[in-house]
Design a protein. Structure first.
Length: 244
């Protein structure tokens, strides 16, 4: 079977099933005629996100008919070998704390770089030019592979190494967490906000349990604290939409 011709009207979203990647999925669906998703199983402790991502996709298709026709195939790639090499508090039962470099123990070395390399290889075969990720250097956990200059360098390497014109798009790069909630509302109104609260998963410990105003989670890991504070600040400021 012939490979699809490269398309400037298609996107591949790096989709974990968390808050940020769910907003990125909506962002891409608003802009591209065909949107596919890719998830990565790297042995993460919060493997519940692999279930959450399926539910988010189902709910997006059900609640937003205008996006349903644009939502294409989902792909899941097995990166457990990488997860074992990049051992961290995200892949083993370790305390979540700062290491000697000042990085959180949840940092998986090179995770976003590996994700994008695999995503680019998949996108090459799918005829897709745009790679969309939820990396952010405004409200993030100190991960150096979330910085835009890191991703610019990788984009250059991908295009040189694959003779392509990939675009690594990061719509959340300059946004705070309250602004990310505002972007969700701008894209899909309170319906999308509630979908993200109820169905997405961000907690590093993989806990669902109680549904907080901001979503499910343990409430005290760095991911939960960042998400909760962002939601509370956005709510206190009047739940305004951010024009995308």
């Amino acid at each position: 079977m012939a490979e699809p011709a490269p398309s400037s009207d298609a996107a591949l979203v790096l989709f974990s099933g968390g808050q940020d990647s769910s907003v990125c999925l909506a962002w891409a669906l608003e802009r591209y005629a065909r949107v596919e998703t890719v998830g990565f199983d790297y042995g993460q402790r919060h493997a519940i996100e692999m279930t959450a991502r399926d539910e988010v996709r189902r709910q997006v298709a059900a609640r937003f008919p205008q996006w349903a026709r644009r939502l294409g195939e989902d792909h899941v790639l097995d990166l457990r070998g990488f997860g074992a090499v990049g051992e961290s508090a995200l892949t083993t039962d370790r305390a979540i704390e700062m290491d000697v470099r000042g990085l959180p123990s949840t940092f998986v070395p090179g995770r976003n770089l590996v994700f994008l390399i695999y995503a680019a290889a998949l996108a090459d075969r799918r005829g897709i030019d745009a790679l969309v990720g939820g990396m952010c250097e405004t409200d993030f956990s100190g991960y150096p592979d979330c910085r835009r200059d890191t991703l610019d360098a990788l984009q250059t390497a991908l295009n040189l190494g694959m003779a392509r014109d990939f675009r690594v798009e990061t719509p959340l790069m300059r946004l705070t967490k309250p602004q990310t909630w505002g972007l969700a509302k701008a894209l899909g109104g309170e319906v999308l906000v509630q979908l993200i609260v109820e169905d997405s998963h961000t907690c590093y410990r993989g806990e669902r349990g109680q549904l907080h105003p901001w979503g499910h989670g343990c409430g005290d890991c760095p991911a939960c604290e960042l998400r909760a504070k962002g939601y509370e600040d956005w709510d206190a400021a009047g739940r305004e939409a951010l024009v995308p």
